[in-house]
Write a protein that binds this ligand. Structure first.
Ligand code: NAP
Length: 268
């Protein structure tokens, strides 16, 4: 199945690597003009080059900015609208993660994850509203199973992503009147990503994780991008306030086997 986003503007916060870059690329391949934002200028430059190569005539711009800095986020969104027109699809996926038991996380580390994932998502959504196509825009927050499954070694991420899903639901309630849909996509374990490499750094652990997924495999970054294409398309025009797992069924079993394995491997 192919989707057509010709003439549409897509903004992906955190869109310079991994899952979020794949989402940006999928929209670029489908005809959209794409803007990405992340902290590293090198990563922004690399992502913009890939996006411009995604198809003949592809247009892309990038911003080196931190989602914790609201004025910088606001400026990037305003520039995107000025350059490409109002934003049809907004993806908020900037995040940080590291495995650590609660007693091992410094207040600074906990605050950093909450500020990037949760406060950053608020900054992106709140700043974007005046720049969104109304009615018609689709907002997608990239969440995680940690939002609804308590996981050892992940208190900071569980707290932050649970907040992200509540931002999704409240924004869906408030912005439905503007014709703006807001949903969360919750990836399971996704192969060859920074997030998974940090949580399952060895082959042994990765085998354990794959075995704990009902579909018996890791997801691909394209699995997540495909869900975002559908969510942003007219096929999903009555879907808002949803948290959609794209996880091979991983959350059904509580992800307990793999989390226990991770804990053993990381802490002994
Ligand atoms: P990733 O490659 O590390 O992507 C994270 C992106 O966010 C990067 O582009 C990073 O670029 C950017 N970023 C981080 N902090 C930022 C900040 N303060 N301001 C602006 N941008 C920032 O990670 P990933 O594993 O693909 O994960 C992508 C998303 O999927 C995250 O929301 C994650 O929680 C979610 N997720 C991933 C998995 C998985 O299996 N990987 C599972 C569930 C959920 P810079 O370093 O340049 O800032």
């Amino acid at each position: 199945m192919t989707f057509d986003f010709s003439g549409k503007t897509v903004f992906v916060a955190g869109g310079t690597s991994g899952i979020n870059l794949e989402i940006a690329l999928a929209f670029a391949e489908a005809g959209a003009r794409v803007a990405v934002l992340s902290r590293s200028q090198d990563k922004v430059d690399g992502a913009v080059a890939k996006l411009r190569a995604a198809r003949a005539g592809a247009e892309a711009i990038g911003f080196a900015a931190d989602v914790r800095e609201q004025p910088a986020v606001e400026a990037a969104l305003a520039k995107t609208k000025e350059t490409f027109g109002a934003i049809d699809v907004l993806v908020s996926g900037a995040a940080g993660n590291f495995p650590a038991p609660a007693v091992g996380i410094s207040p600074k580390g906990f605050r950093s994850v909450v500020e990037i994932d949760l406060l950053g998502t608020f900054h992106v959504l709140r700043s974007a509203l005046p720049h969104l196509v109304q009615p018609g825009a689709s907002v997608i927050n990239i969440s995680a199973p940690q939002a609804y499954i308590p996981m050892e070694m992940q208190m900071h991420v569980c707290a932050a992503k649970a907040g992200v899903d509540m931002v999704t639901r409240v924004a869906a309630l408030e912005w439905g009147a503007f014709g703006v849909r807001v949903n969360s996509v919750s990836p399971g374990p996704i192969a060859e990503t920074e997030g998974m490499n940090r949580l399952a750094p060895t082959e042994e652990l990765r085998a354990l994780v794959a075995d704990s997924v009902p579909l018996k495999r890791f997801g691909t970054t394209r699995d997540i991008a495909n869900c975002c294409l559908w969510l942003a398309s007219p096929l999903a025009s009555y879907v808002t306030g949803a948290v959609i797992p794209v996880d091979g069924g991983w959350a059904l079993g509580g992800a307990s086997v793999s989390v226990a394995g991770m804990k053993k491997a990381l802490m002994g």
